[in-house]
Every structure is written in C-alpha cells, then in structure tokens.
Ligand binder design. Structure first.
Ligand SMILES: Cc1ncc(COP(=O)(O)O)c(C=O)c1O
Length: 399
C-alpha cells in the first residue's frame, strides 16, 4: 500500500484557508467585500526598494549566492541589529532565508526532533504547531489570559517545562493578539531560563517594527550573553518594509546554530532570491523613514478600530501594543443562532458574517483561541469603520 509519513499525516491544513478562499472568490465575483483577513501590510513596497531590485537585475545579479545569503546583506542585518537592538552579531551568525517562515523551519529542524517538546504560547501563530510536528516533536501550549492582554505568564511557562522541553518559541509583538511583551516580562523569562540551560529560545520578532504607544520592542537576546548564545532571533523584511512577496527573512544566532541552519538550507532551497536579497540591503540601510510612517498609520488605524467597538458591549476587543491585529472575543455568541443557523464555532461565525455582511475575519481556532476572531487593520480608516458597522449589525442580529 502506498503510505504517507506520520509527519505528512500530522500536519493540519489551514482552517483559515476556507474563509480566505471564499472571500477572494466573492471579491472576484464583484461583492462589496471588506476583508479584515489579511496577514500583510496594504502598503506597496517603497519605490526605492523596487528600484534597487531592478538595478540588481540590470547589473546581472541573477545567479546563485552563497546558500546562507550575501555577505553584504548579512552585514546590513548585523548593522540593523546593532542600531535597533544594541546587539552585536557577526555575518557568520546570520542566515538569510526565504522568509521568516523558513528561518523558523530551519531553527526547529536544528533543535527539535522525535520525543522532544517545544513550548508555544497561546494565542500563537498557526504555523508554529505544524512546524513542530513536522520535526516529529510535540507542541506544548501555555495559555495566557485576555484580561491582561494575553501577556506571557512566566509562572505558567515554568509549569509547562519538562525534561523533554527542547525549545520555547516567543513571538512579540504577537500574531494574532498584537501583544507586545515589555522588557520587564522578557527579563523575568530570561531569569527563568537560567534554571534550564539546555532549552533553546526561538524569538520570532517579525513584527518588531510595528510597536506602538511609544513602546519599543525588546529582544530576549538583549537580556545577557548567556541567553543570547541560545537564542535564535528571527526577523525579516515582510512586515517592516511591506515586502511579503519578496520572501526574505533572517536569523541571528550562535555561529554553531547558524552553521547547522545554513547547511540544512543549502540542501533545501539554497539561497533566498538573489535580487530580493540585493533590494533588502537597500531596505535595511535606507528604510527607516518608511517604517516610522507606516507605524504611525497602523497605530491610528488600530485606535480607530478599537474606537468603533468602544461602546459595543456585545463583544470584547483585546487591545494589542503592536503588529496589525485585534482579537475580538465572541464567546458568548457561540451556541446562539443567526437567521436560524447555529453558530457552533468561531469558524461558523466567520462564515455567516462573510456570507451575510460580506466581511471577512479570521476565526482563531487554529491560533489556540477558539473563542476569538482576528481582525487585521491594514485598511483605510473609512473602510475599517464601515466593516466594523457591518460586524456590529451582524452581531445585533444574532439571537
Ligand atoms: C508571527 C509570524 N511569524 C513569521 C511570519 C512569516 O513571515 P515571512 O513572510 O517573513 O515568512 C508571519 C507571517 O504572517 C507571522 O505572522
């Protein structure tokens, strides 16, 4: 009999795909659709970055680069980490990959295997448990509390650590909650880690640039040298520079970890796209103004979205300090009905909202938060207001 591996069998298809596919189809069919379902900035990649890619093509940079990336890009990443985070890395500690997603894949492949446990913090990005399962390892989920903005609880984390724990993934600012961990919480976590010297930290910092309210993202690698040595810091171009389609991410780690990840990548995809790497050098060195402008726009859109729900008691929104997502608690609407149809899950809520009000949101079952839907605010404020109005009208019609 033809068989698939356990690895292939264990990976779950994305629950959100059904919603986004349907929303895309409705848009193509001409429906007046408002989508809060995106996972990327609505900004275009800035022209100076596009020009840099064109120049790279004109100069004939169309061949392979070193599998772990161009030295000049690694140097630009080191400079960024120095300037923004006060971290010192050398180019051999950087691996350039096809998006932060491949960095996460590389990192997990390097540190986790059958019999191991990897801790993730709910709500989590839906890809983490699947990548952990692809390694043959088991995801262990630590819950957080919406009442304190889904803040990381170091005591809950401690309880989840066992002899099998190989790594802990943290993600700040967080997808889907937007939660930004303050330096004090990260330092408390780092203190805990000192009791467990054999645990790796995978720190997903892809939303770093989108930190609001005057707060600055704090990387766990900054806690001290010992923690830095076992942290695999992951970041990339997608969210900060509106470059999701360019597929450039990077990791910074100990030289030993970078070698292992680079070796694995060399047999997998080889280098990340060459012209996108050239454009990324320019983005990292000249993109600061763009980032501040985009950050300001997103912050005001977040506030506008929250404002729409401020006096609407039927649902609770959890305010995040970063990224571009707001989670909305719909728990007490579950098991109620809309036009005779039972809402038995966040997925059903999202399907009915889409079909009846042409508003797309992401149900959070696969993010470890089944009582929530996620709204992305990468839309103009007028569109956000109209979408929120339709959302509220829908909720009012639920009985
Ligand atoms: C938390 C998180 N990490 C990583 C990624 C992957 O980003 P990239 O486009 O660099 O692969 C995403 C993309 O949505 C994300 O939300």
């Amino acid at each position: 009999m033809l068989e698939f591996t356990n690895r292939a069998k264990n990976v779950s298809p994305s629950l959100t795909l059904a919603i986004t596919a349907k929303a895309n189809q409705m848009k193509a069919d001409g429906y007046d659709l408002i989508s809060f379902a995106a996972g990327e900035p609505d900004f275009n990649t800035p022209q100076f970055i596009i020009d840099a890619a064109k120049q790279a093509l004109d100069k004939g940079y169309t061949k392979y680069t070193a599998a772990s990336g161009l030295t000049a890009l690694k140097e630009a990443v080191c400079q960024k980490l120095k300037n923004d985070n006060g971290l010192t890395y050398s180019p051999e500690q950087i691996v350039i990959s096809t998006g932060a997603k491949q960095c996460l894949f590389n990192a997990l492949q390097a540190v986790a295997q059958e019999g191991d446990e990897v801790i993730i913090i709910a709500p989590y990005w839906l890809t983490y448990p699947e990548l952990i399962k692809i390694c043959g390892a088991t995801p262990v989920i630590v819950e957080t509390n919406a009442a304190n903005g889904f803040m990381l609880s170091v005591s809950a984390l401690k309880k989840a650590i066992t002899d099998k724990t190989k790594a802990i993934i943290i993600n700040t600012p967080n997808n889907p909650s937007g939660t930004l961990y303050p330096e004090s919480v990260i330092r408390e976590f780092a203190e805990l880690l000192k009791e467990y010297p054999d645990i790796w930290v995978i720190s997903d910092e892809i939303y770093e640039a989108l930190s609001y309210d005057g707060n600055k993202h704090f990387s766990i690698a900054c806690a001290d040298e010992q923690i830095k040595e076992r942290t695999i810091l992951i970041n990339g171009m997608s969210k900060a520079y509106a470059m999701t389609g360019w597929r450039i991410g990077y990791s910074a780690s100990s030289t030993a970890a970078a070698k292992k990840m680079g070796a694995m990548q060399s047999h997998q995809t080889s280098n990340a796209n060459t012209m996108a790497q050239h454009a990324s050098i320019v983005a990292l060195t000249k993109g600061q103004n763009f980032i501040s402008e985009m950050r300001g726009v997103f912050e005001s859109r977040r506030d506008a979205l929250l404002d729409c729900f401020k006096d609407f008691k039927e649902v609770d929104c959890v305010k995040g300090g970063g990224a571009f997502y707001v989670m909305v608690n719909i728990k007490h609407l579950i098991n109620k009905s809309y036009k005779g149809q039972k809402i038995d899950s966040a997925l059903k809520f999202s399907q009915l909202l889409l079909e009846n009000k042409y508003v797309a949101v992401i149900p959070c079952e696969s993010f470890g938060a089944p009582d929530y839907v996620r709204l992305t605010y990468t839309l103009d404020i007028a569109v956000i207001k109209e979408g929120a109005k339709r959302f509220k009208d829908f909720v009012k019609e639920i009985c």
